[in-house]
Ligand binder design. Structure first.
Ligand code: ADP
Ligand code: ZN
Length: 682
């Protein structure tokens, strides 16, 4: 009984969460009971809790290996703030910090030790770990052992050896799901012996998905950011130059924004990372170089100014939003130029042909998502092998696209391509279809073709949408060897031959409203309170020199604004408010909610806040006050200490003997009978 409830008790008291997220409990149980485990969870699924909580349940130190220094420092800070002794050994440490960690280790004071994999290369590390008594090894980003993945870390190959040397259970975590990577993790970390494996779903229900065809992309991004003013966001761009110009445009529009890309000096990059981590409402305009190591849970939106390179990259990049579980939004812009660019990048890469074919397939999956006709989330999860019902809050569920039978249109387009020897790009093909009178058409005699002018049912823009969707469905591909001339692909053949039909979307590129509606995280009524809570959080964070979310996440503040706790007990029930944080910040935030100075209960009482013991304590106190001067009200005043009463509320003795032992003769005499009555009521 005791042991079964401990994970829950710790979940509430240390981490301040009411309930496990889906999957967490099973993983925590497996890890805590010392079984080798591999957990595959999507980003933001709550992996860290799955080793942090078992670390508290197990004897000895839990060693956490992670490649991300920023993330390690962040977690150590978060744990310390929650009252859990943790430390990190990374190259980012000052000598002083390192010494403090070693001292704490030797004194047996640490529960979690975070370590960069490079540490494993030094011979002393294994000895040191053996001496301090390790109870568990946790490996974050376990896919870094995969030599074929792009995050390969050679030092990760030493982890298996460490596990053997220490002979302790190992728990591996990753968000990368493909079967090959999984198999490689089992080989390298577990010597091929299959660990207990958990594969969690890939849905991130709080992230809203949306795509939009490019149409003045800069204006689209500016409008999107304007509707989310003051919220932290990331804009991903394909080129370095674009990150700079777009960041400048956002600054000009009154946002706080900066750019980030791989060509910047390391120290400038670190400065941006640090600003992003701590500042509320900063927008970072970045190339994909920005991401690994960013562990900000309250990123409210992610926009792609250019199409990502694959569906996996897309999933990973949008996955950085809303890790705190509060609503987050994404928008991905795409157009024919993006498709051309991504295809060319793949074709020109030095990878072997099978690899290039696989990359085209991954790009196709993303284009299929971009051009989807039904629920985006359903389409995305379908790619990861999960079935789902329509989500009801993606852009396509919100406003289903108008579709039309495009079989004729597609055949006309294919015919124009084939009759001109698959030698031209969309611009010229559209001129032929719409019967335009250009020099190029006359020179080549294309006005004599039977397809000349057969497509007057669409204007130029309409045909662009048709060609873009044809590229998106991989019916045609730009040929890099012929400067983007379109070439027909196999899936188009049945349509050309009249054996298959095809539906396409009618694009409605409505001009973005001049004044976009502001998106809010809470109802209008709760918005002022949420801003006040955020202001309080900012002040506390600045004073403590930590990122705002280390104090409380957006999600916690949203819940405070919506539920308006009126007492510390109610505050303790807000998700994200653990005992230590309640103690530290509860009163400050309560004051913001109630507008009045909170009456601070005795520390012994505060510790009980939120639980069943709290109301028991209050009733015991009432009984005591009634009897402070005895039954008849004229005896010498007498009282129990707050901690004595708290102890009674916790232990709930049911007989006078125990009560007397806890309170002493005199107090038991005066209050014993009344207390036992209260305790018997429960
Ligand atoms: P990841 O799986 O990406 O490592 P994290 O461990 O950083 O995710 O968790 C993401 C966010 O979810 C964090 O802000 C964390 O505090 C929060 N979280 C984790 N578990 C729970 C839970 N049981 N209830 C509420 N929030 C949780
Ligand atoms: Zn949907």
């Amino acid at each position: 009984m005791e042991t079964m409830d401990r994970p829950h008790a710790l979940l509430q008291s240390i981490f301040g969460f009411d309930a496990f997220r889906p999957g967490q409990q099973d993983i925590v149980e497996a890890v805590a009971s010392g079984r080798n485990t591999l957990a595959i969870m999507p980003t933001g699924g709550g992996k860290s809790l799955c080793f942090q909580l078992p670390a508290l349940l197990r004897d000895g130190v839990t060693v956490v290996i992670s490649p991300l220094i920023a993330l390690m420092r962040d977690q150590v800070r978060g744990l310390t703030e929650a009252g859990v002794p943790a430390g990190a050994l990374t190259s980012g440490n000052t000598d002083e910090e390192t010494r403090a960690v070693f001292d704490a280790l030797e004194a047996g004071r640490l529960k979690l030790l975070y370590m960069a994999p490079e540490r494993l290369a030094s011979g002393g590390t294994a000895n040191m770990l053996r001496r301090i008594g390790v109870g568990l090894i946790a490996v974050d980003e376990a896919h870094c052992v995969s030599q074929w993945g792009h995050d390969f870390r050679p030092d990760y190959l030493r982890i298996g050896e460490l596990r053997r040397a220490l002979n302790v259970p190992l728990a591996a975590f990753t968000a990368t799901a493909d079967a090959e990577t999984r198999a490689e993790i089992v080989t390298r970390l577990f010597d091929g012996e299959a660990p207990e494996t958990f594969l969690r779903g890939f849905d991130r229900p709080n992230i809203r998905l949306a795509f939009s065809p490019k149409d003045q992309p800069r204006r689209q991004i500016l409008a999107y950011a304007a509707a989310r003013k003051g919220q932290s966001g990331i804009v991903y761009c394909a080129t370095r130059a674009k990150t700079e110009s777009l960041a400048a445009a956002l600054e000009q529009a009154g946002h706080s924004a900066c750019s980030y890309h791989g060509g910047m000096e390391a120290q400038d990059r670190r400065a941006v990372e640090a600003r992003f981590q701590t500042e509320d409402g900063l927008i970072v305009v970045a190339t994909v170089a920005f991401g690994m190591g960013i562990d900000k849970p309250d990123i409210r939106w992610v926009a792609h100014a250019d199409l990502p390179k694959s569906i996996e990259a897309y999933y990973q990049e949008i996955g950085r939003a809303g890790r705190d579980g509060a609503p987050a939004e994404t928008l991905t812009l795409y157009g024919p130029d993006d498709i051309r660019l991504r295809r060319t990048q793949i074709d020109e890469s030095p990878a072997p042909p099978e690899r290039r074919a696989a990359d085209h397939a991954r790009l196709n999956a993303l284009l299929g998502l971009a051009e989807a006709l039904d629920c985006r989330r359903q389409t995305l999860l379908g790619y990861f092998g999960e079935e789902a019902a329509p989500c009801g809050h993606c852009d396509l569920c919100d406003s289903p696209p108008e579709r039309f039978d495009a079989t004729e249109a597609v055949r006309k387009a294919l015919s124009a391509m084939l009759r001109t020897g698959e030698y031209f790009g969309t611009g010229h093909l559209i001129d032929i279809l719409t019967g335009a009178d250009t020099a190029k058409i006359r020179e080549r005699g294309h006005d004599k073709l039977p397809t000349y002018g057969v497509g007057r049912e669409f204007d130029k823009r309409g045909w662009q949408a048709v060609f873009r969707q044809m590229m998106g469905r991989d019916l045609v591909r730009p040929d890099p060897e012929r400067h983007g001339a379109l070439r027909m692909m196999d899936p188009a053949r049945p349509i050309l031959k009249g054996e298959a039909t095809i539906e396409l979307r009618r694009d409605t590129i409505a001009a973005a409203a001049a004044r976009p509606a502001v998106r809010m995280l809470v109802s209008e009524e709760d918005a002022p309170l949420l801003s006040a809570l955020k202001a309080k959080r900012r002040a506390l964070a600045e004073a403590a020199g930590v990122p705002a979310y280390i104090i409380f996440t957006d999600r916690t503040l949203i819940e405070m604004a919506e539920t308006r706790p009126a007492s510390l007990d109610a505050m303790a029930r807000v998700s994200g408010v653990g005992a230590t944080k309640l103690e530290r910040y509860g009163a400050d935030f309560l004051k913001v909610v109630t507008g009045a100075e909170a009456e601070m209960p005795h520390p012994a009482r505060r510790k009980l806040a939120g639980g069943g013991a709290a109301s028991l304590y209050d009733r015991l106190m009432a009984a005591q006050n009634r009897l402070a001067r005895g039954e008849d009200g004229c005896e010498k005043p007498l009282s129990c200490s707050a901690s004595q009463v708290a102890k009674l509320a916790e232990i709930r003795p049911s007989d006078m003997g125990t009560l007397t032992r806890l309170l002493g003769e005199r107090r038991a005499d005066r209050f014993g009978a009344a207390f036992l009555d209260v305790l018997a009521e429960g």
